[in-house]
Design a protein around this ligand. Structure first.
Ligand code: ADP
Ligand code: ZN
Ligand code: ZN
Length: 747
């Protein structure tokens, strides 16, 4: 008798373990590890789905109590066994449930109906067709005659290639019955072939190929000679913006493909997928594809299948592209590895860079990380020799790094400049408009968003369910409503302050719309594009704005973080950073790192072509080391100062942090469990415990949230604390109304 261990698809933490079921005889041989099956579950035998994670010959308990698998889920996709092991690793290292981990490694979960292309082939020669056409015509069978004449009129070279079925039905207006009868007569034959949906813009090939400069070639030579020797490891390319990292990736990829291997290219944003995919497509043609959440279900499924069947060699896409089921993976490239979007924000809260490194180890592949502003994690490991470090110090093709001007906003204020633009920025924009060069204006909104507050008592208007301020929503330039971004609560703007009754209520902070208004007023003739969450919804959102800007349809592009990420616009010679230090107030241990990255990246958008670029960096804290170093594009100095702060405070990457979130509708029980959790963690003498304290969002959707942090240099110790706490909570019925979530090295 055969038994299967099954992870049930249910989001109840206590049920997150394998359950044993009998494999009925008729399903033996059909079910494999990774199969999605349906099973009866619980006392009422509710029908649930689950993934098979293993088999055994021996029952784990009394035979009559073991239920049988009901069937195999019809459109379910089998999880590859190497991806199941990866899911197990994610569960272990990030404190997720196995069910969530399996879902994460299965970006495509069900089959989508295939799309077929029908082609009609002639079964007789051209002369015979002509003859038969005449015969049909004489009998007034004009539809049949039209089909045969079409064939008779074809060029000899393409005659046996066949004709598109839909062309005949639509253009020649012949019904299916006509084609069926011709087929029955043995004159033609219709063939169906699967046609994969292809989301990549096709048609451009033969992209120009640069001869790599010496710095670039050093990297490709070293990588490929090590690869040839069978060395597999992780490399970090630290290359200034525009240093030609993408060109380096492409040469490395070409080398890896020559071994018959496959390549995953991770890209931080969907917005960048288009530009990168185009470049790859031009170089590598048909065997490149993309996968991301804006594709239709059918497109996504087909890319998954093409990858699985070995019909593509390179897949590019955001985070989830990491789980493409390539059978012969040779390389994972993580472009802009420092980007926050590589952090998965819902459980399992894995980091794609770390998972990439692990998947590569499992598959015997190498990893190439690239960034102009490496994460402290990657650089720290490279310095320790865990990763190989390469540096590209110069821009490729001879372009110079831009000159950065720091505009001290306190000085501007003293000089009675109350607008959001410093005199320097205004002056330089004017020059660009005269010269018909382009400008990017970047608003650093990370860790910050506008809010509405009382000018008299200073209180921000907050959500009654969450301890968060409500965000103003604009409509045609005026504040329309206030919304809670966490729970969705909505209210009109109150006419007086709920705390003190004063009538002076206003907004603070600047959004992209306000900047757009201000630019319009100051430069009435300028053509402006705005790129933010509001203007980029829909499948083509980003792509459209970016290509309009690239085509020179606008002079100024205004936007949030998404405008500074990796784009390459040769005619942009000025970038303006409206308030560079806003992100310093984000209140987490990565604030300085993020600020450095955003400024260096924003500056990096200017002067990428043959024209010289400039950047104006507006700030209230011109002396902060992240701002000073970013203005000089001096990563090494920044790293030295920042890593010493991390060392002093025992923050990652020097140490590790486990964040334990305890939540409950009952504040008292949340606190009680948090105290117990802190005690457990405190029993490990290598661990420093902080808390319990209110979480940054102390109350959300009427649920109270407490945080406990544990710091330890050994990651595995933190994993075992997590396991211990989970088991503890499981046993103790006192905490039934509480939940716990774990976060590793989160900021
Ligand atoms: P990065 O990815 O580091 O930002 P890219 O690969 O996008 O840099 O290269 C920046 C620009 O320099 C691109 O326009 C690219 O075509 C060009 N480029 C890259 N390598 C070379 C080279 N060896 N010679 C000339 N131009 C190059
Ligand atoms: Zn007030
Ligand atoms: Zn709320």
């Amino acid at each position: 008798m055969l038994f299967a261990d099954i992870i049930i698809d249910i989001s109840v933490k206590s049920l997150d373990r394998p359950f044993q079921y009998r494999v009925p005889e008729e399903l033996e041989g059909l079910i494999e590890t990774g199969s999605l099956v349906t099973v009866p579950f619980g006392s009422n035998n509710r029908r649930l789905k689950g993934y098979v994670v293993g088999f055994s010959d021996t029952p784990a308990f009394e035979l009559p109590k073991i239920k049988s698998i009901t069937g195999i889920e019809k459109q379910g996709i089998t999880a590859e066994s190497h991806l199941l092991s990866l899911a197990g690793w994610i569960k272990e290292n990030y404190g997720a449930s196995m069910n969530d981990a399996i879902k994460a490694v299965m970006p495509v979960k069900r089959e989508i109906k295939e799309r077929v292309k029908k082609t009609v082939f002639p079964l007789a020669g051209r002369e015979k067709m002509e003859e038969m056409a005449a015969a049909f015509e004489s009998r007034n069978n004009t539809a049949r005659a039209r089909v045969l004449r079409l064939f008779a009129g074809l060029n000899e070279d393409i005659y046996y290639n066949g004709v598109d079925y839909s062309y005949i039905t639509k253009e020649l207006k012949c019904q299916k019955a006509v084609l069926d009868s011709l087929e029955q007569m043995g004159i033609i034959k219709t063939c169906r072939t699967r046609q994969y949906r292809n989301p990549v813009n096709q048609g451009f090939t033969g992209g120009e190929r640069h001869i790599l400069n010496e710095e670039q070639r050093h990297i490709t030579d070293t990588f490929l000679s090590e690869y040839a020797k069978g060395i597999r490891k992780t490399y970090l390319i630290h290359g200034v913006t525009g240093s030609g990292k993408t060109e380096v990736y492409m040469d490395i990829i070409e080398g890896v493909l020559s071994y018959g291997k496959q390549v995953i290219v991770l890209i931080p944003e969907i917005a960048l997928t288009f530009q990168t995919a185009d470049r790859f497509y031009k170089r590598f043609g048909e065997r490149v594809s993309v996968i991301h959440s804006r594709l239709s279900a059918g497109e996504r499924y087909d890319q998954f299948l093409r990858a699985k069947e070995g019909l593509v060699d390179i897949i590019a896409g955001p985070r989830s592209a990491l789980f493409i089921p390539f059978k012969n993976l040779g390389l994972i490239v993580v472009d802009e590895e420092h980007e926050t979007s590589y952090q998965n924000e819902t459980p399992p809260k894995y980091h794609a860079r770390e998972v990439a490194v692990h998947r590569a180890v499992m598959a015997g592949a190498s990893v190439v990380l690239g960034s102009a502003t490496p994460s402290l994690e990657a650089y720290y490991r490279a310095k320790k020799g865990e990763y190989s470090l390469f540096t590209l110090k110069n821009r490729a093709g001879g372009a110079k790094l831009p000159k950065v001007h720091i505009a001290d906003l306190r000085e501007e204020f003293k000089n009675r400049n109350y607008s959001m633009f410093s005199r320097k920025l205004k002056e330089l924009i004017t020059i660009r408009l005269e010269r018909h060069e382009q400008v990017i204006i970047f608003i650093n909104r990370r860790g910050y968003a506008g809010f509405v507050s009382c000018r008299k008592c200073g209180k921000a208007i907050g959500c009654p369910h969450c301890s968060l301020s409500l965000k103003p929503h604009m409509h045609k330039g005026v504040i329309d409503r206030l919304k809670c971004h966490f729970c969705g609560y909505e209210a009109p703007v109150p006419s007086c302050c709920p705390s003190c009754g004063s009538k002076y209520i206003g907004t603070f902070g600047i959004g992209t719309q306000q900047v757009e208004e201000a630019v319009k007023n100051m430069f009435p003739g300028a053509r402006i594009l705005r790129m933010d969450a509001d203007t980029t919804s829909g499948k083509e959102g980003h792509g459209k704005i970016l290509s309009q800007f690239a085509n020179g349809e606008a002079d100024i592009l205004i936007g949030t973080q998404m405008v500074v990420k990796g784009h390459d616009f040769p005619n942009v010679t000025l970038t303006g950073i409206i308030a560079a230090d806003l992100s310093l107030n984000a209140g987490d241990y990565r604030a300085a790192e993020r600020t450095y990255q955003l400024i260096a990246q924003a500056a990096g958008r200017a002067g990428r072509g043959d024209k010289y670029g400039e950047t104006v960096l507006q700030t209230y804290q011109p002396g902060h080391y992240s701002i000073v170093c970013a203005a000089r594009q001096d990563y090494e100095s920044f790293y030295k100062q920042e890593i010493s702060v991390r060392e002093m405070l025992q923050y990652p990457p020097v140490s590790n942090i486990l964040g334990i979130l305890v939540f409950s509708v009952n504040e008292e029980s949340a606190l009680k469990l948090a105290v117990a959790v802190a005690e457990i963690a405190g029993q490990y003498n290598t661990v420093t415990v902080l808390g319990p304290a209110d979480a940054p969002v102390a109350k959300a959707k009427d649920i109270y949230r407490k945080m406990v942090y544990g710091k330890c240099t050994d990651y595995k110790t933190l994993c075992s604390i997590k396991d211990f706490i989970e088991a503890f909570k499981e046993q103790d019925t006192e905490y039934k109304d509480c939940g716990i979530n774990f976060e590793f090295n989160f900021s």
